[in-house]
Design a protein around this ligand. Structure first.
Ligand SMILES: CC(C)(COP(=O)(O)OP(=O)(O)OC[C@H]1O[C@@H](n2cnc3c(N)ncnc32)[C@H](O)[C@@H]1OP(=O)(O)O)[C@@H](O)C(=O)NCCC(=O)NCCS
Length: 366
């Protein structure tokens, strides 16, 4: 193609045609460094619900995918548009094409009255400029295996072949129900998680939990527990005893992720000192404001939204809003859920923590 022409021409933003799949895979492979074309092709066919592209003439240069999830929002499972697979051809970067494609993708989900959208960012400021905000905090815990308390029974965890993951599904469903903004996992997502090319997985299942760890990554002699679900304290304590038995030739530390630290802190692990870092998690924002307000299940006063993408509208009578502090669509989710414990200034009382019976915590990666 004529590259000079493509750089200087205008771009069209529109749904990607299936005939452009090979070109999309070229862009993804280059941008993400995963070269398995079959895996990308399967991802496009079965995982993406919408793919929006920016085209220079007829040449695809930027991609934004949308995958539709069910997300727990308090006690309700609600639709959420997940933005993913965002990538640009290097020759066409820094032209605002991602922003345009995200806006177009969200506008389509808005037409379907989808109340929420979420994503895992490569850069938090980048998506903050599109109205998203961090909505959960995650704790990465790293411990010397020898420091783990041995108060439980490791034999209550049974080894499970990852191909036979059915017993994990109800445990996972129960686990994510305990949090808000957690995402329902279907079979496709289970298979993607358990067949990840960079992992060699060991799975253990307990009556009330499961542990998945990756023995391929032995960096710093640290066992990478990439998912640990426990629905009772006993499953946590038994799991610590199981991990303690991994103090072997290959590992002397263990790393896992927690939403709340209470279960660990109650055990008083103090020496050797654990390393605990707090990381921002998922970014979320309101999409269709009226549909979102319906989920609150109560009357709330009008509130103003200032959406940098121009997709989400304010709630209620515009005339009544002239003095109100406008929030970004992401702030609205922060304000309504268990993200802030103190009310930020200018937020209506009835909106603050309107759906906050559960802590926000999301593990599903997409
Ligand atoms: C990230 C990526 C999609 C951006 O594409 P792009 O076409 O340049 O996007 P846009 O032109 O819409 O936006 C450019 C903005 O992104 C910012 N940006 C680009 N790379 C960045 C990075 N690594 N960290 C932080 N910000 C970055 C630029 O500073 C610019 O900000 P500005 O608008 O304030 O000037 C592209 O660099 C890419 O494909 N990277 C590899 C794959 C990837 O990381 N995808 C993101 C997955 S969520």
């Amino acid at each position: 193609m004529n590259t000079t022409k493509a750089i200087t021409s205008d771009y069209d933003v529109k749904p990607i045609q299936s005939g452009d799949l090979s070109r999309a895979i070229d862009i993804w492979s280059l941008s993400f460094g995963f070269l398995d074309r079959d895996r990308w092709s399967m991802f496009y066919d079965s995982f993406l619900d919408t793919a929006i592209g920016a085209y220079a003439d007829d040449y695809l240069v930027t991609i934004v995918g949308i995958t539709n999830f069910q997300m727990w929002f308090g006690d309700q499972l609600v639709p959420c548009a997940g933005v993913c697979a965002v990538a640009s051809d290097p020759a066409h970067r820094q032209r605002g094409l991602v922003r345009k494609c995200v806006a177009a993708g969200l506008a389509e989900s808005h037409r379907k009255r989808v109340p929420l959208t979420a994503l895992w960012p490569f850069s938090y400021p980048f998506y903050k400029r599109m109205g998203y905000e961090v909505t959960d905090l995650q704790h990465m815990v790293e411990l010397e295996i020898r420091s783990l308390p041995d108060l439980g029974d490791a034999t209550t965890y049974r080894r499970l072949h990852p191909d036979h993951y059915d017993p994990l599904k109800p445990i996972h469903d129960e686990w994510i129900k305990q949090s808000s903004l957690s995402i329902k996992r279907g079979d496709l997502q289970w298979r993607r998680l358990l067949n990840h090319p960079e992992r060699q997985i060991c799975a253990f299942v307990h009556d009330d939990g499961y542990i998945l760890w990756n023995i391929k990554d032995r960096t710093n002699r640290t066992l990478d527990v990439f998912e640990w679900a426990w629905n009772s304290k006993q499953a946590f304590i038994d799991g610590l005893s199981l991990l303690k038995r991994m103090d072997d030739l290959n590992f002397d530390k263990v790393r896992f992720r927690m939403g709340a630290l209470d279960d660990l802190l109650e055990l008083g692990v103090t020496y050797p000192v654990p390393t605990i870092s707090v990381k921002p998690g998922l970014m979320t924002r309101v999409l269709h404001t009226d549909a979102f307000v319906e989920l609150l299940g109560k009357k709330v006063p009008p509130f103003a939204i200032n959406d940098p993408l121009g997709v989400s509208e304010s709630y209620g009578d515009a005339g009544a809003l002239s003095d109100a502090r406008a929030m970004t669509p992401g702030e609205v989710v922060q304000v309504v859920t268990d993200f802030y414990s103190a009310k930020p200034e200018g937020v209506p009382d009835d909106l603050f923590r309107a759906v906050a019976s559960k802590r926000n915590y999301t593990v599903e990666f997409f």
